[in-house]
Design a protein around this ligand. Structure first.
Ligand code: SAM
Length: 478
């Protein structure tokens, strides 16, 4: 169980104790603290059924130092959580004094004091369930995750594929090039490259294959002004920059302040010279603002249920996870609210005056967030002369056939293709793509950390959205 944050007084006392420990003990201690922080966030969000950041994204955020040990601890704790709860209840040690102790930062000492009691309670639980050891208890709590290949994307702003393949080959990491997505390599499952020098220096990104299809589908022309509407952690922003060879301008918009920092770090590490990070609500952007009125392409990858990557997100480790709950989940209030936001954001993206290409993507497998969203904006899109175009025509999995034109949509299958993704591409019929032209028209943009949003939304998009949803526009917590 994650303890509440320690007080300053508790910190001072503990840091003194820690400074006298040896290196291995110190790093184990910090991993426990970092794991406690991740667990607190994950469990609080899960209890509130919020769209939470995944365990992996929290562990691999820049603020966590000891990532491998922290990840292992978080996963092991979550697997054991039901047993830990049973043991704590049986010992009744979490009495009224517990909060005081936790506030003073003395949790470990407290638990060590009660070690015998805790071990005795665990032994009793094992005896009651007729098993010999804790591993046997755990077997009932485990959901096996099939081993799947991993993918990495080469950051062509820094390095090319041959160099990466040679470098990885030197340490016996065998990779092969993906046959459909350029600059994507597949490697054996189970390999952890988070701390690899090529990852740390931004030469490769740990980005999945399906996620790497989105920017390629948008196909931005070097020199264009492009908007990444919901950008953090920034993998697709960095991909756009690489596809645009660092030319033109990308505006990366992000609402969440914490995630903004991760976005900035991804961009810094990628070496992309042409990205301006903007802290704002995409829905509040005035499409006629001089900063945005020349935007030619928009990548819209909004908050979604993440149902297509639930295995990858390790959702099966969370207390709220129930096997076979998908049918109910896709109709839940949360998914309906997400779909209302996604629809509104897509209508807004299509309203930018100079936009010629809009790609919409989710890592959800639910029709509510995918085909239904596209179907509902189609009349508005058509009224602006947009049509659905087929990204990756050779790709076998297309949209669910729930409206005419759904064959243009792209789905990836969580079982066959590692992750469940959805991509829709709108292209303006009359829009000439005019490769390479008007490069010089891009005005000098200044990086804005605090952008003051305009309370403006294109009237027609607003009207369409009002007709489509009676729920209005609740902000989505991520
Ligand atoms: N495209 C990103 C990538 O590949 O790295 C992932 C984007 S994630 C699915 C969605 C992001 O949209 C979250 O970081 C969330 O905070 C942000 N977001 C949600 N609502 C937003 C809004 N109204 N305006 C801007 N960003 C928003």
């Amino acid at each position: 169980m994650a303890p509440p944050p320690p007080t300053k007084k508790g910190n001072v006392a503990r840091n003194h104790r820690i400074s006298s420990r040896n290196g291995a003990e110190r790093s184990a201690y910090f991993a426990r603290r970092e794991a406690a922080g991740v667990l607190r966030r994950v469990l609080q969000d899960d209890a509130a059924r919020r769209a939470t950041a995944s365990i992996k994204s929290l562990v691999y955020s820049p603020s966590v130092r000891n990532k491998k040990a922290t990840f292992a601890l978080v996963c092991q704790t979550l697997k054991c959580l039901p047993i830990i709860k049973d043991v704590l209840v049986a010992t009744q040690i979490l009495n009224s004094k517990w909060k005081e102790i936790a506030m003073a930062g003395a949790v470990e000492k407290f638990l060590t004091l009660h070690k015998n009691k805790l071990e005795y309670a665990l032994a009793k639980i094992c005896a009651r369930r007729k098993v010999k050891k804790i591993e046997d208890l755990l077997q009932n709590n485990c959901v096996p995750v099939a081993s799947k290949p991993r993918y990495i994307r080469i950051n062509t702003l820094k390095v090319d594929a041959e160099v990466v393949m040679q470098e990885l080959g030197k340490t016996n990491i065998m990779v092969s090039r993906d046959d459909i997505i350029p600059d994507v390599l597949s490697l054996a499952s189970g390999l952890d490259l988070h701390d690899h020098p090529l990852v740390r220096n931004g030469s490769i990104l740990l980005q999945g294959k399906a996620s790497s299809m989105v920017a390629v589908a948008l196909n931005p022309i070097p020199g264009w002004k492009v908007l990444d509407a919901c950008a953090a952690p920034g993998n697709k922003t960095a991909h756009l920059a690489a596809l645009m060879k660092g030319q033109g301008k990308i505006i990366a918009c992000e609402l969440n302040e914490d995630r903004l920092k991760t976005l900035e770090e991804t961009i810094r590490r990628s070496g992309a010279p042409n990205v301006d990070v903007v802290h704002c609500d995409f829905l509040d952007i005035n499409t006629r603002d001089p900063l945005f009125k020349e935007v030619r392409a928009i990548l819209l990858d909004p908050s979604c249920s993440g149902s297509g990557i639930s295995a990858e997100r390790l959702d099966h480790l969370l207390p709220s996870y129930e096997k076979g709950e998908d049918a109910a989940a896709c109709k839940s209030d949360r998914v309906k609210k997400l779909a209302a936001f996604q629809t509104k954001a897509l209508l807004h993206a299509l309203s930018f005056p100079a936009v010629e290409r809009v790609v919409y993507s989710t890592c959800s497998v639910y029709q509510t967030e995918n085909e239904d969203v596209i179907k509902s904006v189609l009349p508005f899109a058509k009224s602006l002369n947009f049509e659905l175009v087929t990204p990756f025509p050779q790709w076998p999995h297309r949209g669910l056939p729930v409206f005419e034109g759904a064959e243009h949509l792209l789905r990836t299958d969580p079982k066959e293709d590692t992750e469940g993704f959805f991509i829709a591409l709108f292209v303006k019929k009359s829009g000439k793509t005019n490769r390479g032209s008007r490069l010089s028209s891009a005005k000098k943009l200044t990086r804005q950390k605090r952008y003051t949003p305009y309370p403006f939304c294109k009237l027609s998009a607003f009207w369409f959205h009002k007709r489509l949803t009676k729920q209005g526009s609740k902000k989505i917590k991520h």
